[in-house]
Design a protein around this ligand. Structure first.
Ligand SMILES: O=P(O)(O)OC[C@H]1O[C@H](O[C@H]2O[C@H](CO)[C@@H](O)[C@H](O)[C@H]2O)[C@H](O)[C@@H](O)[C@@H]1O
Length: 296
């Protein structure tokens, strides 16, 4: 069985990434950098992925397993500088093995190119901007083998660039803030902004989109994101990928989705709704989730 589903390699990897998280110094009340409340965690009524390993194996028997992963906080530890969220060599090796065995996709909030640059694997399918930029799986490429991409928010690009410039101008004086261009989304990071300035920063970001109903704001881990207001999320991206991979009507498919953030809930909901897969949440603290199993 592929290393991804092995207690010894992959799931252990997630624990490794969590022990990294716990070593982070507490930074401006970020839940990811806090030590977990052991009692609360133990009473969290979600089965553990490690303890449910045999059950997952039983369900997977005779089925086509399809793997979906998030990047930040899942394949790489959460770090203070988003440009330094590198993946460990061990994680890359485990992922390479998984992708040899099962169709594997990474659905990230980052730009597609950035995730690919971090992951550096060719046997994985990449979806960036929370699924607004999806690389075509090899089977669906054109005769010349051109990669191509599904980009449902392409029309928004000029406005996104405009917003990006306006944001640069508005928040340049907020010490510690950082804008990340994720192509179809813009991330405004405040992990390194002093707590007393964070509210003000959020207000500035809000002011940039308040007269633009075609955009909306979402919040992640110490990040506020500007996204096109179209009905498309990581759950839709998952369905799209299953379809292009030729699995949408198959009744012998088992999808695994592993992720840590709020945006993952849309994908968890899709898998939970299909009742043919396992949504796995990576979290060192109890939280409200649609996922059935956590990473411990
Ligand atoms: O969907 P994901 O792959 O999980 O991407 C979500 C956001 O992740 C990144 O930000 C988060 O991780 C950074 C590095 O550890 C951390 O510094 C930041 O505070 C986190 O919010 C990424 O930089 C964002 O653009 C993604 O949207």
């Amino acid at each position: 069985m592929a290393k991804f589903l092995s207690r010894d390699i992959n799931l252990m990897e997630f624990q490794i990434s969590h022990s990294n998280k716990q070593k982070l110094k507490p930074f401006y009340d970020d839940p990811d950098s806090m030590l977990p409340d052991v009692e609360a965690y133990a009473s969290w009524l979600h089965p553990s992925a490690l303890n449910s390993f045999d059950c997952i194996m039983k369900e997977a028997k005779g089925k086509k397993v399809v793997v979906f992963l998030d990047y930040d906080g899942t394949l790489s530890p959460i770090v203070e500088d988003p440009d330094k969220a590198f993946m460990s060599t061990e994680m890359r090796a485990a992922l390479r093995e998984v992708a040899k065995q099962f169709p594997t996709s990474i659905i990230s909030g980052r730009s597609r190119d950035k995730v690919k640059e971090f992951v550096q694997l060719n046997n994985v399918c990449y979806a960036g901007s929370h699924g607004l930029d999806i690389m075509q799986p090899p089977k669906s490429r054109d005769k010349k083998g051109n990669e191509g991409a599904f980009q449902p928010a392409k029309l928004f690009l000029p406005a996104i660039q405009e917003i990006s410039m306006e944001l640069e101008h508005k928040i340049r004086e907020t010490q510690g803030s950082k804008i990340e261009d994720n192509m179809f989304c813009i991330s405004v990071h405040y992990r390194q902004v002093p707590p007393q300035d964070q509210g003000n920063l959020k207000e500035k970001v809000k002011s940039v989109v308040e007269n633009r109903p075609e955009f909306r704001l979402t919040e992640g881990k110490m990040v506020i994101e500007v996204r096109p207001s179209i009905e498309w999320n990581k759950g839709d991206a998952l369905n799209y990928l299953l379809h292009t991979l030729g699995f949408s009507n198959a009744d012998d498919v088992l999808s695994l989705y592993i992720g840590d953030d709020q945006t993952e809930e849309d994908a968890f909901k899709v898998i939970a709704g299909k009742r043919e897969g396992f949504p796995i949440v990576v979290s060192s603290i109890p939280k409200e989730t649609k996922a059935w199993v956590n990473d411990r």
